[in-house]
Design a protein around this ligand. Structure first.
Ligand SMILES: [Zn+2]
Length: 411
């Protein structure tokens, strides 16, 4: 199956400029050629009249869950007192709806960083089997954490383990159960009242055991790290990505080490905003105050990391599904500018996920593409407007957008 996108603008994200009147040929799911669009479009081509083509966006920090707590306006309305209890199976429909929302928003890949009851694995399977539309999903399975207060709150999202050998066993279990990579809690979480996210929650020995076990078997490791000691352990042990990492501006030597070793930072600015402002009334006051401080630190860290040459990825860590570009806009506003923010959400996130075939529009790569009306370099917020999305293409197949035809979309 082939597809020709005629008269599109292509972004050179490294140079921060656009190239007009290009044509992109897609065959068997991959981009095979990029050339000039001169004259009139060949038969069968889609004339996109100068719309902008981006690599399909990638959310590197996404919780693929049926819980709609951080997704106002999405999913079923909250249950009222007196209403009949809802069946547990309803959650699967919410999940399916979120998969559709995500892919139609232009996010062709997400990395799930923890879900309850293995929901992310179930949605991934449903998408892979072609039952429901959705993004390519990479999941960590359960988050490997030391025994901690967070375990009491996050329940089936966690696999608690203590000591290097139990950590190794926990990693092996995730691999057995189909995880695509391993996620650990190097520090506690800002959303848990009884946790202090400053000290290292796992010892260096424990983190090193996880990294050795995962890397030896060919799996990458993502480390949740808020305080500096946990981030230091993670970087020293050689994880592949640091999630949140807000304290790193205080330790330029760690940013240098990340840049040198290709360790990717996923800054998640939106999650600090969520706790500090958006959902502040739902959190214990101490956590809200802590999040305000963290939001400021995260802003400083993103600028310092960019200046140090650390690869940045984009992770929303919030809801509703389909609104992940909010994080891209926040990153642009935090001082990266639009080109670097879009690059983080494409090439940078692909790097975080260890996917060499996506995140760049180039012959030979998988044709995961997003075509939007307007110039996201001028105003990245247009990526949040559904009626500007002309086409979403996943592995060469049109899966959404206002220019898709009913015949494009597989039921
Ligand atoms: Zn998260």
């Amino acid at each position: 199956m082939s597809e020709v996108l005629w008269n599109v603008r292509l972004l050179d994200l490294e140079a921060g400029r656009a190239l007009d009147r290009r044509t992109i040929t897609i065959e068997d799911g991959r981009v095979t050629a990029i050339g000039d669009a001169g004259g009139s479009p060949p038969p069968g081509a889609r004339d996109l009249a100068g719309a902008t083509v981006l690599p399909g966006l990638i959310d590197a920090h996404c919780h693929v869950i049926s819980s709609t707590e951080r997704s106002p306006g999405f999913g079923p309305p909250p249950l009222l007192h007196g209403e009949a209890p809802r069946p547990a199976a309803l959650a699967q429909y919410v999940l399916a709806a979120s998969g559709a929302r995500i892919i139609r928003s232009g996010f062709t890949t997400v990395r799930d960083v923890g879900s309850y009851d293995d929901e992310a694995s179930a949605l991934k399977l449903a998408v892979d089997l072609g039952i429901v539309p959705g993004p390519r999903i990479l999941t960590c399975g359960r988050i490997v954490s030391a025994t901690s207060p967070g375990g009491a709150i996050f329940d089936t999202m966690y696999r608690e383990a203590d000591g290097p050998w139990e950590m190794r066993k926990a990693v092996r279990e995730q691999i057995r159960d189909g995880a695509d990579y391993i996620k650990i809690m190097a520090t506690g979480a800002r959303s848990v009242e009884r946790e202090d996210p400053e000290p290292a929650q796992m010892t260096l020995e424990e983190v090193a055991a996880v990294v050795d076990e995962a890397h030896r078997m060919g799996y990458r490791v993502a480390a949740h790290a808020e305080g500096l000691d946990g981030a230091r352990n993670a970087i020293e042990a050689g994880v592949d990505t640091v999630e949140h990492g807000l304290s790193l501006h205080r330790a330029p030597e760690l940013l240098d080490a990340m840049a040198k070793r290709g360790i990717v930072l996923v800054p998640t600015l939106s999650t600090f905003y969520d706790l500090a402002e958006r959902f502040a009334p739902n959190f214990a006051p101490r956590l809200v105050e802590q999040a305000k401080r963290q939001a400021e630190e995260a802003q400083r860290t993103i600028v310092a990391a960019h200046a140090a040459g650390v690869i940045l990825a984009m992770g929303y860590d919030s809801g509703p599904p389909g609104a992940s570009a909010n994080e891209l806009v926040r990153m642009a506003q935090a001082g990266l500018g639009a080109a670097a923010a879009i690059r983080a959400a494409t090439e940078g996130s692909a790097c975080a996920l260890g996917l060499a075939d996506v995140g760049i529009v180039e012959p030979g790569r998988i044709a995961d593409l997003l075509v939007v009306d307007g110039d996201p370099l001028e105003d990245p917020a247009i990526l949040l407007e559904p009626d500007r999305i002309r086409l979403v293409i996943q592995a060469g197949r049109v899966v959404g957008g206002t220019r898709s035809a009913p015949t494009d979309i597989r039921p």
